[in-house]
Design a protein around this ligand. Structure first.
Ligand SMILES: [Zn+2]
Length: 279
């Protein structure tokens, strides 16, 4: 089995000073082949720019994903918050279609005063509204990719993400391994621990390909606290066992680097992966 594994930064590379529409030239020159466009503080890109970015990504064979705004809560107890969250996802879907982003990554919501089951019910009905609206607007070329979240107050355990994606068409997971590590109080220690995650995805959704995030992460008993660079590996989760697992499984995986060193660490991940393939 040969996997097609791509690596790239979450957002513009550290040393990049050019326009976002041509960022894929720089990413490809560095030897990377993925890019997650950050709309984390709002979808602000124009249609014209998004189309330029699409062209640039095709020219360089750099796959694009989009991170939707952080401020999304589809399981809120306030109707206006749900409504605004749906609007942000609609804007994201439109922009994703323009730039040909293959995934729209988003954090689904918070439990707030709800039990996890109640929060999931809220979320399902909000997603139904979202899908109906997109259909009525003629937006059809999108894949939402709800992300496993890092705080225990956030909806987004592995099981919840699998359930969301099993229920709704055009939904597939983003697995943030660091978030799973933080949520479980440092639960990812070995290749077997990664293997269990891949098994659940395969059993629950029949997946053979995956969009993912990786960083080293500091956490408290509430979950995620801060992202750290690869050289601060004592925070975990361990990188090498993940790369070994990917290499053995033969899945197509995109690994977006979310450390503070972005493209620099993405290159180190890629190097580590290539070393595993050689051995
Ligand atoms: Zn992430």
């Amino acid at each position: 089995m040969t996997s097609n594994v791509r690596f790239g930064p979450a957002g513009n590379p550290l040393g990049y000073r050019g326009e976002t529409v041509s960022v894929c030239n720089y990413i490809r020159k560095k030897g990377l082949d993925a890019y997650e466009y950050q709309a984390t503080y709002g979808v602000r890109i124009s249609k014209q720019s998004a189309l330029k970015l699409k062209k640039n990504s095709k020219k360089n064979d750099v796959i694009i994903s989009m991170h939707a705004p952080y401020y999304i809560n589809l399981s809120s107890n306030k109707d206006d918050v749900i409504e605004r969250s749906i609007q942000r996802l609609i804007q994201s879907a439109k922009a994703a279609e323009w730039m040909n982003a293959y995934r729209i990554v988003f954090h689904p919501g918070f439990y707030t005063k709800y039990t996890p089951t109640e929060a999931m019910m809220k979320l399902h009905s909000a997603i139904n509204v979202l899908n109906e609206k997109l259909e009525s607007m003629g937006v059809s070329n999108y894949t939402f990719a709800p992300e496993t979240t890092g705080k225990k107050s956030q909806l987004g355990s592995l099981e919840e993400i699998i359930e969301i994606c099993r229920t709704h068409e055009n939904f597939t997971p983003t697995i943030d391994f660091a978030h799973l590590h933080a949520r479980s109080g440092g639960g990812i220690k070995s290749k077997e621990d990664y293997g269990i995650i891949f098994e659940k995805l395969e059993e629950g959704l029949g997946l053979k390909s995956l969009h993912s995030h990786f960083t080293n992460i500091e956490f408290t008993d509430k979950g995620e606290r801060r992202h750290h660079a690869l050289f601060e590996y004592s925070y975990g989760p361990p990188l090498e066992p993940l790369l070994e697992e990917i290499a053995e499984r033969g899945w197509n995986v995109t690994v977006i680097c979310e450390t503070p060193r972005l493209d620099e660490d993405a290159l180190l991940m890629q190097k580590a992966y290539n070393n595993i393939l050689k051995n």
